[in-house]
Write a protein that binds this ligand. Structure first.
Ligand code: CA
Ligand code: CA
Length: 441
């Protein structure tokens, strides 16, 4: 009996630990093929049919032009194009990855959908998925009115990793999460995304990255090493998010403007949507009050840089409590570099802005604000320490930094998706900012 139990335990351990199979997809493949490296499939839906939990699907380099006949699922008003529903486990995620050394591009611009559906290009519909090393382009919006499409639609899965994905030239939001916990969005870029169709040229819905989970138990979601630029609304948006989110070592620049032919253009700016770099709040609106007073999550924004966004660099957006803001650098944003605005929350039905409270700001640097370094902050109800603007003002000038050239924010990532150290707004060793360990670098 003992031996049998041992054998059963060993078998289940081996099953859990065994490596899944590998399936290959190539632009010149064939969906009737075996899915090996020599006989690859042609489409992701075919690979999904063959894949089991814990398998790895590799895409060879090239451009995959996605058409309506590949849409895997339609529910309600949304078309889930690549509906990834085969969960992995903590011993092995189900992986969808660009083949090492190659960079596949998924182009969704040919999708039509009869003009009736929102589009979720990659749907995280299960736990323990891992997406890595590919581009998403051309995701359209085909519906009029207040709507949106999403490049990566995180509406179910937990413990997923989205890594080294670039989302650009879409009409869609980059990464958009409403459910799931412990997801990691690592080393991703979202840029030049703009919807000029659904509500005219305003483009007010297209953020780079958004987490808006509706359950307070959906904790542990993290953005790390991500960049958002030239998105027509905000860079990072946590509006109405019910659980705390960590944004760590991320960059938001030039958001709130229309895209340019060259997304690295640092001179041409035509106004579009809201344009905040890091927008972390959004509970203070009248409708939301009753369900959120006293339970607003404390978001964390650490070691981030907000540069030349159309509105505020770092923005509390009427959060009904405070967030933790540590070691960020906010510079040259067109409104305030740090804006902690709140709404008066104790009386129902009033929409009066008040100074933000409950915030902890430590080690933050503000340089060259268009309006104010720090605005709408009730400093008697916040903890402010070692910031360039409070509690005592430390003058910051160009000579404090190794470089003020924003082109350095566009440095290419290495093969693994990591960014090299950027000298942009990095404090010189002899600067008081370095000596006091302030700022994003
Ligand atoms: Ca907006
Ligand atoms: Ca937004």
């Amino acid at each position: 009996m003992k031996n049998r139990i041992l054998l059963l335990a060993l078998t289940s351990m081996l099953t859990a630990w065994s490596w899944g199979k590998t399936i290959y997809v190539a632009t010149d493949g064939d969906d009737a093929a075996a899915g090996t490296i020599k006989a690859p499939l042609k489409s992701l839906p075919a690979a999904c049919q063959q894949a089991s939990a814990g398998d790895t699907v590799y895409f060879r380099g090239g451009t995959y032009r996605v058409t309506d006949d590949q849409i895997m699922d339609v529910k309600g008003n949304t078309a889930f194009v690549f509906a990834l529903k085969k969960a992995g486990s903590e011993n092995g995620r189900t992986c969808f990855m660009g083949y090492p050394g190659e960079r596949p591009v998924f182009d969704f611009s040919a999708l039509q959908l009869d003009g009736r559906h929102r589009i979720a290009a990659f749907y995280l519909g299960a736990d323990y998925l891992h997406l890595r090393n590919f581009d998403i382009v051309g995701v359209p919006v085909r519906v009029k009115g207040h709507t949106q499409s999403e490049c990566i639609s995180a509406r179910k899965g937990s413990h997923c990793i989205v890594e080294n994905i670039a989302m650009y030239n879409n009409m869609a939001i980059g990464y958009y999460q409403t459910a799931g916990s412990h997801n990691l969005v690592l080393n991703c870029d979202a840029y030049n995304n703009y919807d000029d169709y659904s509500e005219g040229p305003y483009g007010g819905n297209v953020d780079g990255f958004g987490c808006h989970v509706i359950k307070p138990t959906d904790i542990g979601n993290t953005f790390r090493g991500c960049r958002a630029w030239r998105n027509s609304d905000d860079g990072f948006d946590l509006i109405h998010c019910q659980a705390p989110v960590l944004i760590d070592h991320c960059v938001a620049m030039y958001n709130g403007f229309r895209p340019t032919a060259d997304p690295h253009n640092t001179t041409e700016f035509k106004s579009a949507g809201d344009g905040n770099g890091f927008k972390c709040g959004g509970w203070g609106m009248e409708k939301e009050k009753t369900r959120c007073i006293g339970q607003s999550p404390k978001h964390q924004v650490f070691h981030c840089v907000a540069y030349y966004n159309k509105a505020n660099g770092i923005y509390a957006n009427h959060h009904l409590s405070g967030n933790l803001w540590f070691n960020n650098t906010s510079a040259m944003n067109r409104r305030d570099n740090y804006n902690m605005v709140n709404r008066r929350s104790t009386e129902a039905g009033d929409n009066i802005d008040i100074g933000g409270y409950g915030h902890v700001l430590i080690g933050n640097v503000s340089w060259n604000p268009n309006k104010q370094d720090l605005s709408n902050c009730d400093s008697t109800r916040c903890f402010l320490s070692n910031n360039s603007f409070a509690p005592t003002e430390i003058p910051v000038s160009e000579s404090d930094f190794v470089s003020t050239d924003p082109a350095l924010l566009f440095l290419p990532r290495d093969a693994k998706g990591n960014l090299p150290h950027s000298d942009f707004l990095s404090a010189k060793q002899e600067s008081v900012l370095s000596q006091r360990n302030m700022g994003w670098q």
